[in-house]
Write a protein that binds this ligand. Structure first.
Ligand SMILES: NC(=O)c1ccc[n+]([C@@H]2O[C@H](COP(=O)([O-])OP(=O)(O)OC[C@H]3O[C@@H](n4cnc5c(N)ncnc54)[C@H](O)[C@@H]3O)[C@@H](O)[C@H]2O)c1
Ligand SMILES: [Zn+2]
Length: 569
């Protein structure tokens, strides 16, 4: 075992993967002691876990968990079974990693569900277990597990228990302890999901929202559904908005949806007026912002009036910026109508305009009061714009969600046709990934950087072509190929995943290579032109699907070589 690795076996994994039973068996075989952290907590504090959660809150529970872990991890020769959520808390995770070899017990959601049902029958318990609550427990397990998967993946060793007996699983754990420990660990991004609020999990039925964004100061729902525009009035009222609604849109979207939105809001009791700016990136300018300020002044807009941004990312960023600044902030409602808007720009509170010298140079973090995405509006979006949006969805799958990746692979044809059910599911899931990441890191100080997967080269390509040739998603698609190829060359990622990503991008008609771009201009834009760059480039790479890795030590030759390869088509 390596230096500093204490001699314990720490078991992690979802509920019903056998942590307790397998752990006891391992302890018996090795002649070690067995500790179940949850049981320790109950014993020491004299209350059931559910009660600690209900009375004192999850954060208190995590504190207790940490105290126990800290103590236990200082021991030697203990098999420690941790609660399914322990590894998602950054400091708990550090304790676990330092305290021994971390071994994850895995099981497929269907297996977990079966074990859970069997157990519920056998134990004849009156209380409905939280996992069995709701109308579709299997789906809930899938979601919750998917959410935690990136953390489980940080373990030193993983044992798939689906087809193993207790004895076999114990043997595998011991094997993992022998082989899996001691190796130097990759620096994988370690976000804290201490607050992976299970009640906020996507598809949470009680609120009807696809997901909820929770920052230090705010919390707002993201609604995603087919025909959901009709709910806008009610949703705004529920968010406590009233008075006047100032719709800001563009001259392509407003003729399509403006009257309908106006009517819906009027019926909900809002006084409504509207303004449409010219469509396109050029409207993200200081001049256009000023024209909106002028209009609001003219309309005598007051604090408490809402700004309703109806359109793609341009309108969302622009109207959001005006909302953030006018009268020191008016409530903002985002109604994204482009795919980019729905899964990316409308969520997370980055608002802003461009400066002639650079994109998005002027802006703020300003969270909306709610986001409402009506999937049906995508039916009028130009195909090229739609395709460009799929690149960000694929990005979310690659960095965070193997299951979403599978869904995209299997249902691409239906998705390209915007088939109602699957499109809604995929957009909701993708939006939830963005919501999850920004909830952890509102101001882009840490984990939010993983959303930049594919974007380092994309920005180079966009700048080198004066933002005229590529739509953003097209550049991101090529950039993701670059990032994947670099990952592969550094030995992080298998060829298979690189090819899988390429095939998926192609299935969505996205480019994976390009020609006729001046490589010197790309390198200059990426600051890779100098041999000894002072500013290190922070690359978002992949160590597998759902396993982003940040590296600032990618050799310049590797990056340049890959970019050259991308340009040979
Ligand atoms: N704030 C963020 O976090 C963030 C994230 C990603 C992108 N962005 C910004 O978003 C912008 C790109 O967003 P976008 O791709 O939505 O661009 P966009 O707003 O320009 O929309 C693309 C085109 O589609 C049209 N359109 C939008 N919805 C439509 C619909 N339902 N039917 C018909 N036409 C429709 C628009 O009028 C426009 O012509 C960029 O300015 C980018 O900087 C911001
Ligand atoms: Zn992007």
């Amino acid at each position: 075992m390596g230096e500093g690795t204490a001699g314990n076996i720490i078991l992690t994994g979802f509920s019903y993967t056998g942590k307790t039973k397998v752990g006891q068996e391992v302890a018996r075989r090795l002649g070690w002691s067995f500790v179940d952290i949850d049981e320790e907590i109950v014993r020491l504090w004299g209350k059931p876990i559910a009660e600690i959660f209900a009375r004192d809150g999850e954060s208190r529970f995590r504190e207790l968990e940490r105290e126990v872990l800290q103590r236990v991890c200082q021991e030697k020769e203990a098999v420690v079974s941790t609660g399914g959520g322990a590894i998602m808390n950054a400091s708990n995770r550090e304790l676990m990693m330092a305290g021994g070899v971390v071994i994850c017990l895995e099981a497929k959601p269907a297996t977990i569900y079966q074990r859970l049902l069997r157990d519920a029958e056998a134990s004849d318990e009156q209380e409905v277990r939280p996992l069995l609550a709701g109308s579709d427990p299997l789906r809930r397990i899938e979601w919750l597990k998917g959410f935690r998967q990136p953390y489980y993946a940080l373990s030193d060793w993983t044992v798939h228990t689906d087809n193993l007996t207790l004895e076999e699983a114990a043997e595998e754990v011991i094997r993992g302890w022998r082989y899996g420990g001691g190796k130097k660990r990759e620096r994988i991004v370690l976000p804290s999901m201490a607050d992976a609020r299970e009640s906020d999990a996507p598809y949470c039925e009680q609120q009807g929202a696809a997901c909820v964004v929770t920052t230090a100061t705010e919390s707002y729902p993201v609604f995603v559904g087919w025909g959901f525009l009709d709910q806008l009035g009610k949703r705004m009222r529920n968010a406590g908005l009233q008075g006047r609604a100032h719709i800001v849109s563009d001259d392509r979207v407003f003729p399509l949806y403006g009257d309908r939105v106006k009517k819906i809001l009027e019926e909900a009791g809002f006084a409504v007026d509207s303004m449409a700016v010219p469509q396109g990136e050029r409207s993200k300018s200081f001049e256009t912002a000023v024209s909106i300020y002028d209009w609001l002044v003219d309309r005598r807009a007051e604090r408490g009036d809402s700004i309703v941004a109806l359109g793609g990312g341009v309108v969302g960023d622009l109207a959001g910026f005006v909302a953030a600044t006018f009268l020191r902030g008016l409530p903002l409602v985002q109604i994204p109508t482009s795919l980019v808007g729905m899964v990316d720009s409308a969520i997370g509170g980055k608002v802003g305009i461009n400066h002639p010298e650079g994109k998005n140079l002027i802006g703020a973090f300003y969270q909306p009061r709610l986001v409402l995405a009506d999937i049906q509006t995508l039916t009028t979006l130009l195909r090229r714009e739609l395709v460009s949006g799929w690149a960000e969805v694929i990005k979310h799958a690659m960095i965070r969600d193997p299951r979403l990746l599978k869904l995209l692979e299997e249902r691409s044809q239906e998705l390209l046709k915007l088939e109602e059910q699957v499109t809604t599911e995929v957009v909701a899931r993708s939006a939830a990934i963005k919501a999850g990441v920004v909830s952890e890191d509102e101001k882009e100080l840490g984990i939010r950087i993983i959303l930049n997967y594919g974007h380092t080269i994309a920005h180079g390509l966009e700048a080198a072509t004066s933002y005229e040739r590529f739509l953003h998603g097209e550049a991101v698609a090529i950039g993701m190929m670059g990032a994947a190829m670099i990952s592969q060359q550094l030995g992080l990622l298998s060829q298979e995943v690189v090819q899988r990503q390429q095939a998926l991008l192609q299935r969505f008609d996205l480019p994976t290579r390009c020609s006729d771009v001046d490589i010197e201009r790309i390198l200059r834009a990426m600051e890779l032109d100098k041999k000894t760059g002072e500013e290190k480039v922070h690359w978002v790479l992949l160590a597998g699907v759902g396993q982003p890795v940040i590296r600032d030590d990618v050799p310049r030759e590797v990056a340049v070589g890959v970019i050259r390869e991308l340009l040979q088509s």
